[in-house]
Design a protein around this ligand. Structure first.
Ligand code: ADP
Length: 488
């Protein structure tokens, strides 16, 4: 049933294609279209980073907003040209117009005023809930990750100023990034003293934006069902598993989707050649083009492994380094695109220098090259220690680059190992290992080589992977059902 009236304000720090540091942006960029296809009236609220302000069309100033710490900024309302979605943007140049990363300075240190920069995002969300735009008030504020996590807290403390109760949904994209700040900043946030308590956003004497979202939101979602379970355990709860267990009746996992308008090898303008599940000659040509681009040996039958990732401890790339000798000894090639921790960048670069015909590493962020890597590789490696959902394994599936993953979080929800029984049952779509060890990773690598040596079976698994539906439709329906529930 279509619901034409559900009004939702989506609040996030990033949105693809305007500002992206990871999966959060892909989701924030895909949800508006997916939700409006269900009949939802969804608008977005974003900080006024340069690329976002530049994309805002037909903007009017809604009004001046006083921050809790005494500054005043204006909020603009218009339409994001690149997404065709109605948007509210906080025009606060002193807070948001800085070169480089949205969160860190040139020395990779978090900005000292991040608590203000992102409190303001939640603050304005709550003001919109109280009628800041006389023409449009949301029924649900849907906040994403710690940057937006004060929105549920501000809403909870402003109920008497809401014309009708505005519900809050908080989505955790990664529990490990919490937005923790020193307690002396609490008075800048405009929350009552009662909020700085164990039953509130106080976390070991500090302020935790993440905890505010988890404590005050009416409903909490994670980006995969398995992750919703995992974060209730001490191993993956990042110190918040106790709170998450007490809130488990409000918590559920809704799997991220793949935006087929952006990630589809049949019509991906960033690929040199198109292909699909039925005609994959283009895939072989994409592989040859990638080998040439990365100066790898032109070997059509060398299994080509790819990594597109932030280079952080979470992503388990030291396992790839540990398995690299075996990968090369078996005749494989590796291409890596990523940026992050210095030691990982150095170790990867060293491998590329040592094996220029077989290992290529590009350090940095390159959206177009990411597409060419999914298009040109045979296997996408995602050996994460933990993974809230993971998008690259789903992009790998869509592009016939079979994912090799650890059985954790969203990876466990999306990839089925190529065991004999799952091959026979026509369920296998990749390679999965359990233990977070080099040995387990290397054994999964061997399974990939074994299957690659059987081209017909490989082609069958790749075809199945490409035909799987990871579109947003099902997940958007789940969000709509949640919005309905939470608005009674
Ligand atoms: P996370 O959000 O933890 O970084 P996800 O797998 O959910 O991991 O999403 C990562 C997103 O960022 C994907 O769209 C992936 O293609 C992209 N990505 C990661 N690193 C790079 C890079 N160096 N260049 C281009 N895209 C990248």
């Amino acid at each position: 049933m279509r619901d034409k009236t559900m009004k939702v304000l989506q609040v996030s720090a990033e949105i693809f294609p305007l500002l992206k540091t990871g999966g959060l942006a892909d989701i924030a960029g895909a949800l508006p279209a997916a939700m409006s296809a269900t009949g939802c009236d969804l608008r977005v609220l974003l900080p006024g980073f340069a690329t976002i302000l530049q994309d805002l069309q037909d903007a009017v100033v809604l009004g001046q907003v006083a921050t809790p710490w005494g500054e005043r900024f204006s909020v603009r309302h218009g339409r994001l040209a690149s997404l065709g979605v109605a948007a509210y943007v906080i025009d606060a140049p002193g807070l948001y117009l800085r070169p480089g990363s949205p969160y860190e300075d040139a020395h990779r240190q978090p900005y000292a005023d991040n608590h203000r920069r992102f409190a303001l995002l939640g603050w304005v969300a709550a003001l919109l809930g109280q009628g800041l735009d006389a023409q449009w008030t949301p029924q649900v504020v849907h906040a994403h990750d710690w940057h937006a996590a004060l929105a549920p807290a501000y809403l909870a403390f402003s109920r008497e100023r809401q014309r009708q109760r505005v519900a809050s949904v908080y989505t955790v994209h990664n529990l490990a990034y919490q937005g923790v700040f020193a307690p002396q900043h609490f008075h800048e946030l405009g929350l009552p003293d009662a909020a700085f308590s164990i039953n509130g956003l106080e976390f070991h004497g500090n302020i935790s934006f993440m905890k505010a979202g988890l404590f005050y939101a009416d409903r909490i979602t994670t980006v995969s069902p398995t992750y919703a379970q995992e974060i209730q355990t001490p191993e993956q709860g990042c110190g918040l598993d106790g709170l998450l267990r007490t809130r488990r009746s409000a918590l559920c996992g809704i799997l991220n989707g793949v935006d087929a308008a952006v990630w589809n090898p049949a019509c991906d303008k960033l690929l040199p050649f198109a292909y699909d599940a039925h005609s994959n000659a283009g895939k072989a040509r994409c592989k040859a083009a990638l080998q040439a681009e990365m100066s790898l040996a032109a070997q059509p039958r060398a299994p080509l492994f790819g990594v597109v990732s932030r280079l952080t401890e979470q992503k388990g790339l030291h396992l790839v380094l540990a398995g690299i000798d075996e990968l090369l000894a078996r005749g494989g090639q590796l291409v890596v695109l990523g940026s992050g921790e210095g030691w990982l960048e150095a170790a990867l670069r060293e491998q590329a220098l040592k094996h220029p015909q077989s290992v290529a590493v590009r350090l940095g962020y390159d959206e177009a090259l990411a597409h060419r890597i999914f298009g040109g590789t045979d296997v996408t490696l995602v050996p994460s220690r933990f993974e809230p959902c993971g998008l690259t394994q789903m992009y790998g599936l869509s592009y016939g680059s079979l994912p090799l993953v650890r059985r954790v979080g969203g990876l466990a929800d999306t990839v089925v190992d190529s065991t004999l029984e799952d091959l026979a049952a026509q369920r296998a779509n990749g390679f999965v290992f359990e233990e977070f060890t080099a040995d387990a990773f290397t054994r999964a690598l061997r399974r990939a080589f074994a299957l690659y040596a059987r081209p017909d079976e490989w082609a069958e698994v790749a075809k199945r992977a490409m035909q799987q539906d990871f579109g947003w439709k099902a997940s958007a329906q789940k969000f709509l059902a949640l919005y309905r529930q939470v608005t009674g």
